[in-house]
Design a protein. Sequence first.
Length: 239
Amino acid sequence: MNKSRAHVMAAAVLLLISLPSCAPGSVKPLGSESSQAAPTSSNDAYANIPANQIQQAGMDVDFMWEPEDPFYGFNEYPVVARVYIESIDSGRSFSPISNQYVFPQTVGRMSIKEVYKGDLKPDVQVNYSRVGGTVTYDDYWNSLNQAQQEKILQLNRGQKPTDAKYIQAKITDDIDIEAGKEYVAFLQLETSKDGSLKEYSINGYQYGLREVRSTGAEATVLNNATQAWESLGSFVKLP
């Protein structure tokens, strides 16, 4: 597996899956109104975006994961918990936590069901963020560095693509988070510089978010690589 850190993007290479439409993205910086399509009665904001208005953009990242060590992620991250995804509130390309543009993220609310590691408490709701999200074209464009923007312009005859309204940007081979599902997640608390904003970052890409079903000794988690259901105890260290 690639060597670097699962929570640190290194040597990133932008892969535009459908180049003429590779560039949505946009949630305004602090204090501005989001350009993301507003949800109606759904707890999934993405469900309200017409599929024919979304193009995909992928990115390869170098990161380290030790597949021969089933507890690698458990040992690596400070908080490990079973969570229920209450909502997908939006995608964003500007983080109010770091106060800078970022690779698009999905943000929402989740309930903590069980805690296997760390000081987070069960039966509370918290904000979450996760790398990979659907944003408007302009927001996605703003999240790119100058070299990435120039590459797109070169491949699009010097023009900024305009035929896609939204971009779903994600890490290659990663999975999509889904509202209404329970997962075992590797978490890290992120706090703004002034301490006024807090959220839990879901880390580890497809290795760090695994759907869980059943409870107690019967609980199993989905291996996203093999699509096999495995015992919870094979993935986290249980009391």
